[in-house]
Design a protein around this ligand. Structure first.
Ligand SMILES: [Zn+2]
Ligand SMILES: [Zn+2]
Length: 337
């Protein structure tokens, strides 16, 4: 075989020798300048049609991936890039491109300039325009939220939003009665609603509201209402006529029957409407005890009161911690489980 261009003998590629082939073909090309947008609010870059939050070096590589045009003869290729900053928004780049063409391995150096254009990404634009897809409301049943609950729930919501790449809180309101978060992502709001409900034994409710059309589909804005129960851990509640102390709250509520200290778990929905009793924690003088009963002096009336010993109760000392409610006096369970 010989080259039809220069006559050299040997292996030919498309009828010409290696040297003539590489002279004839550019193989890879790169525009003199590469312009792409950077969000001036959050620093993310527009690569193709997607905003990505990556270091500028990575964004340049991603843009190069799309901008390098190879001739069809190139079988495979890879490149490395040297980035020389001119200033914050402009970079000179040198790209070293390694390619396989048929069984030839060859490389080519290309130069270009990257110019970042200040812009605003979709997320930041929406955030600035007070866009929101969902409202997450947190309330409690028949009471205000405690400062601690307000703080802890706000922290959880902020953490989840920060961990997510495409959402934000466009507005948030903190009141004694609860919290409102106007959120950029319906998905994140829904997940938070579930998470809060299972952490706080709360009831969840969602109500979608039709707000318009988008791309031929109905567009809804959803309000998620998370309602914490009236009771908290340590409270005494009246459930179907029996008094229980609330011991643990999560996906289920652990209750201790105050009469016999028997533990039971309930789904929170079953306890909706259970009243929190007005009770006082007091110390009472222990007067006497038998195997099954103790006698104490009611610190208010100074009368002797007999109480059946709950399972596992052991008296030590001269005083007993009691819980005094309208329905009677109970021995206070110790707070450890
Ligand atoms: Zn030749
Ligand atoms: Zn942005």
């Amino acid at each position: 075989m010989f080259c039809v261009e220069c006559g050299a003998e040997g292996k030919v590629y498309e009828s010409v020798c290696e040297e003539c082939f590489l002279k004839k073909h550019k193989l890879v090309e790169l525009p003199d300048t590469l312009d792409f947008e950077m969000c001036k609010e959050c620093g993310s870059f527009l690569v193709g049609s997607k905003w990505v939050k990556v270091p500028v070096e990575r964004a340049i590589e991603m843009v190069l991936d799309e901008a390098m045009s190879y001739e069809k003869e190139v079988d495979s290729s890879r490149f490395t890039v040297d980035i020389i900053p001119e200033d914050e928004m402009n970079f000179s780049i040198v790209v070293e491109c390694d390619m396989y063409v048929y069984d030839l391995r060859t490389s080519k150096e290309l130069q270009s300039r990257v110019r970042l254009k200040p812009s605003q990404c979709v997320t930041c634009t929406r955030k600035k325009s007070m866009y929101y897809e969902a409202i997450l409301q947190v309330r409690a049943d028949g009471r205000d939220l405690s400062e601690e609950e307000l703080d802890r729930i706000t922290e959880v919501v902020h953490n989840r939003v920060e961990a997510s790449t495409d959402t934000f809180i466009s507005k948030e309101e903190r009141m004694h009665t609860g919290l409102d978060f106007y959120m950029g992502s319906n998905d994140v709001a829904r997940k938070l609603s579930k998470e809060l409900a299972s952490t706080y034994s709360a009831q969840e409710q969602s109500s979608p509201k039709l707000v318009g059309m988008k791309d031929g589909h109905d567009l809804y804005r959803v309000t998620y209402l998370v309602r914490l129960p009236q009771y908290k851990v340590g409270d005494v509640i009246n459930y179907q006529g029996t008094l229980y102390q609330v011991r643990k709250m999560a996906t289920t509520v652990s209750l201790m029957n105050l009469e016999d200290w028997d533990m039971q778990s309930f789904p929170p929905s079953e306890l909706v409407g259970s009243r929190v009793e007005d009770c006082f924690h007091l110390d009472a003088v222990l007067l006497a005890q038998t195997e099954s009963e103790i006698q104490i002096m009611d610190p208010d009336t100074l009368k002797t009161v007999s109480i059946k010993k709950p399972e596992g109760f052991q008296s030590s000392g001269e005083e007993v911690s009691i819980i005094k409610c309208e329905k009677g006096i109970f021995i206070a369970p110790s707070q450890k489980d």
